[in-house]
Ligand binder design. Structure first.
Ligand SMILES: Cc1cc2nc3c(=O)[nH]c(=O)nc-3n(C[C@H](O)[C@H](O)[C@H](O)COP(=O)(O)OP(=O)(O)OC[C@H]3O[C@@H](n4cnc5c(N)ncnc54)[C@H](O)[C@@H]3O)c2cc1C
Length: 337
C-alpha cells in the first residue's frame, strides 16, 4: 500500500488526502496550524462554486475544471447547494452587466420580475440581471469540517501543530498543499490578499450568491444560513494577512448596502483576511520536485478547483499519469528521467 504524506489541511490538502485514501493509499496529513482553518486561506473563502461566472476574469480551463468539481462536492459534502448564482447591477452600471455577459457563459438574462421570483428580497431593486442556473455554493468551514470527518472515517489522521519542516517524511510520497507556505520552494508564487466580512441580518434571506457589479469593486454576498452573510472579497497584491484596510471595509459595506439597504442595520460578526497563492498566470499547477508533488496556485478558485486537481494529483502519484493542462512540461521530463 502506498504511503503518502499530505502537507497542509486547507481545501487542496483535504481534497487530495480524500482522493488518495478513497483509492486505497495510506495517508497522513500534517498541518502546522493548531486546528482546522488556523493559518489557512480556505477558512475565509466565499465558497462560491461558479465556473461560468469566473470566466469573466479567468481562462476556460478554470471553468472546465470547476464544472468537474461541482459533482465531487455534491457527493462528498451534502451541504453543497446547487441553485445557481445571480449577477446584478444598478441602472448606472448597466454597461458592467453587458460586459460581464460578453465574457461569461451558461447564463440566462433575467428581468426585474424574474430576479424577484428568484430572490424576493430584491424585488424592485434591479431591472436586469444574469442568472447562472448551474452554479453552486457551500459553506467553506462546514465543508472542510465534513472532509476532515470523512478522512477520519477512512482512518486518515490529521496531525495538527506539525510543520513539515519539523517532521522528516522520508520513504513516503509527499503532496505539498501548503498554499503560500510553499513560496520559498515555488518560484513565482505570490500572495493576493482577500478581505471579507461576516454580517448577521436575520431580517433578510437570500437563497444563492449574488454578485453586484460595479466598475471599481465588484463584490458578492453569499448566504450562510440563519441570517449570516459573507461579503467578499477584495483582491490586493499583498501577502500581508493581518489587517483589513479602511477603504476595503468601506467598499465591502457599501456594496452590501447597495445590494439591499437593510444591510445598513447588520451586525458585523467577523472581519477576515486570507492570502490566496497564485502563479504569475493565475492558473493552478501540479509541479513535481523529486518525491514531492506540489498542488498549488489555486488563486481565487480553491473550492472550485481542488476536487479536480486532487483527482489528477492522486492519479499522478498512484498511476504515474501526466496531465498537460495543469502540469509543467519540464516536470514530466523530470519524472520520466
Ligand atoms: C476572501 C476570500 C474569498 C474567496 N472566495 C472563494 C470562493 O468563493 N470560491 C473559491 O473556490 N475560492 C475562493 N477563495 C480562494 C480559496 O480560498 C483559495 O484558493 C484556497 O483556500 C486555497 O487553498 P489551499 O489549500 O491551496 O491553501 P490554504 O487554504 O492556505 O491551505 C494551506 C495549509 O497549509 C498549511 N501549511 C503551510 N505551511 C505548512 C507547513 N510547512 N507544514 C504544515 N502545514 C503547512 C497552512 O497552515 C494551511 O492550513 C477565496 C479566498 C479568499 C481569501
Amino acid at each position: 500500500m502506498l504511503q503518502v504524506t499530505v502537507i497542509g489541511a486547507g481545501v487542496a490538502g483535504l481534497c487530495c488526502a480524500l482522493e488518495l485514501a478513497e483509492r486505497g493509499a495510506a495517508v497522513e496529513v500534517l498541518e502546522r496550524g493548531a486546528q482546522l482553518g488556523a493559518g489557512s486561506c480556505s477558512w475565509f473563502a466565499g465558497g462560491m462554486l461558479a465556473p461560468w461566472c469566473e470566466l469573466e476574469s479567468s481562462e476556460p480551463l478554470i471553468a472546465s475544471l470547476g464544472e468537474e468539481s461541482l459533482s465531487w462536492w455534491r457527493v462528498r459534502f451534502p451541504g453543497t447547494v446547487r441553485n445557481g448564482s445571480l449577477v446584478v447591477a444598478h441602472a448606472r452600471d448597466a454597461a458592467e452587466l453587458t460586459q460581464f455577459a460578453r465574457r461569461t457563459a451558461r447564463f440566462e438574462h433575467v428581468s426585474g420580475e424574474a430576479i424577484a421570483a428568484l430572490e424576493p428580497e430584491l424585488r424592485g431593486r434591479f431591472a436586469r440581471g444574469l442568472y447562472f442556473r448551474d452554479e453552486g455554493h457551500l459553506d467553506p468551514r462546514a465543508a472542510l469540517t465534513a472532509l476532515a470527518a470523512r478522512l477520519g472515517a477512512l482512518g486518515v489522521h490529521i496531525r495538527f501543530g506539525v510543520g513539515a519542516a519539523d517532521t522528516p517524511v522520508r520513504g513516503r510520497a509527499v503532496l505539498d498543499c501548503t498554499g503560500l507556505g510553499a513560496a520559498p520552494r515555488l518560484p513565482g508564487l505570490r500572495g493576493v490578499k482577500g478581505e471579507m466580512l461576516l454580517l448577521r441580518l436575520p431580517e433578510i434571506s437570500l437563497q444563492r450568491p449574488v454578485r453586484v457589479l460595479h466598475p471599481r469593486l465588484p463584490v458578492y454576498v453569499v448566504p450562510r444560513g440563519e441570517g449570516v452573510f459573507m461579503v467578499g472579497a477584495t483582491m490586493i497584491e499583498s501577502a500581508e494577512e493581518r489587517h483589513i484596510g479602511a477603504r476595503s471595509m468601506l467598499e465591502l459595506l457599501s456594496a452590501a448596502y447597495a445590494l439591499h439597504p437593510a444591510f445598513g442595520e447588520a451586525q458585523i460578526i467577523e472581519i477576515g483576511t486570507g492570502v490566496r497563492a497564485a502563479f504569475p498566470d493565475n492558473l493552478p499547477r501540479l509541479r513535481r520536485d523529486g518525491a514531492t508533488l506540489h498542488v498549488n496556485g489555486l488563486y481565487r478558485h480553491g473550492f472550485l478547483l481542488a476536487p479536480a486537481l486532487a483527482r489528477r494529483a492522486a492519479q499522478v502519484v498512484l498511476e504515474g499519469r501526466h496531465f498537460p493542462e495543469v502540469m509543467d512540461e519540464d516536470c514530466r521530463q523530470r519524472r520520466l528521467a
